[in-house]
Ligand binder design. Structure first.
Ligand code: MG
Ligand code: ZN
Length: 367
């Protein structure tokens, strides 16, 4: 009996693979799991619950985040420190494994890990990275690069030549073009079919399937200093471009500077960056509502600044706040918000290594 069924089953599987037009690892969804075609992961670097609640308190209108039906927590310790940095935190989210602070896409013994971006790419999905920092900075780097040190920006830039990300948009032009080795990686990117653009205007005009948007020499300006709303536009362009792939896409968007506001112990900086990322989440949600097969997960790599809210006024929309003296990262759990098919599986308390495996399951990609 079994021997008769087997060839029949393989035929069905083969047909499914041919129909879906992608490699053998990605199967058709089974009826028990929701159909997830696309995943958009937002990382608010340094965004704890106090940052979110402060943003909710001062914002004139409700945050998009408040409409997400499922919430949870994620714990963030790294392999060698109760308090993580963004390298180990990003790697846990992107590769599903703990590593030492400062490392990018590698295990503590320097073994190269495979990221969700690489797995998505291998399985026929389009992939994208968007950040307000340089794209070579720890968080976006964790989704594309492999390096023993987050500070090796030029080495990390070279990893973008592996075409792990079809679209990457952020700062970082100098790490590609003003390098100690004298190379201009923009030339290589063009050879690989990327439209390389340096302004938001040119980004918006691009019709290419592969786009390298290097919108600042290093990091982009603060939202409060001329960048407000740009993350939303960068996210819109990434979704517009990646969603042309019939196999689906994986996109990571980082609100990089929520963390920097915490380090600077600057409440307005922290909160304006949180609200700015929420606008980008709004763009993603608009797409997800129409599409119906897009999962959005919003979380953080860690909290920054030990922000606490000691008072406030809901009518005047003001908050009294305090940061810890060091303004450094803390170990508290960070919030998770999710929307779309599969969103319920992110409620509860999970480790930061949980996301990678669950994303693969939802996309029907074998590890
Ligand atoms: Mg970051
Ligand atoms: Zn930080």
């Amino acid at each position: 009996m079994i021997s008769k069924i087997k060839p029949f089953l393989s035929l069905i599987i083969l047909a499914g693979v041919l129909l879906s037009g992608c490699s053998a690892n990605r199967m058709q969804s089974s009826s028990s799991s929701p159909e997830v075609k696309n995943i958009i992961l937002f990382i608010g670097d340094g965004m704890g619950t106090a940052q979110v609640y402060a943003a909710m308190s001062v914002s004139e209108k409700p945050l998009v985040l408040e409409s997400f039906p499922y919430t949870g927590f994620n714990n963030t310790f790294s392999s060698n420190n109760y308090v993580t940095d963004s390298g180990a935190g990003g790697t846990a989210l992107s590769c599903g494994a703990k590593t030492k602070n400062g490392m990018i896409g590698m295990s503590p013994d320097s073994t190269v890990l495979t990221s969700i971006t690489e797995m998505a790419k291998k399985n026929g999905l389009a992939t994208g990275i968007v950040s307000t920092s340089s794209v070579t900075h720890a968080t976006p780097a964790s989704f594309v690069a492999h390096n023993v040190s987050r500070n090796n920006y030029e080495g990390i830039a070279a990893d973008f030549l592996n075409s792990t990300a079809d679209v990457f948009i952020g700062g970082g032009e100098d790490h590609f073009r003003k390098r100690k080795d004298g190379r201009d990686l923009a030339i290589n990117l063009k050879e690989q079919g990327y439209d390389v653009v340096y302004t938001l205007e040119d980004l918006k005009k691009s019709t290419a399937d592969k786009i390298a948007g290097l919108l600042a020499k290093e990091h982009m300006p603060k939202a409060s200093e001329g960048r407000e709303g740009m993350l939303a536009e960068m996210t819109r362009k990434a979704i517009e471009t990646l969603s042309r792939d019939k196999d689906g896409f994986f996109l990571m968007v980082e609100g990089s500077m929520i963390d920097w506001g915490g380090h600077a112990k600057d409440f307005d900086y922290t909160i304006s960056e949180t609200i700015d990322m929420d606008q980008a989440i709004g763009v993603a949600k608009e797409f997800a509502v129409k599409d119906g097969k897009t999962l959005i997960v919003v979380t953080a790599d860690h909290e920054t600044g030990g922000l606490t809210l000691t008072g406030g006024d809901m009518e005047k929309r003001t908050v009294k706040s305090n940061f810890i003296d060091s303004g450094s990262h803390t170990a508290v759990m960070v919030p998770v918000f999710s929307f779309g098919p599969g969103a319920e599986s992110f409620s509860g308390i999970h480790d930061n290594t949980f996301f990678y495996g669950r994303f693969l399951e939802l996309l029907n990609i074998k590890k």
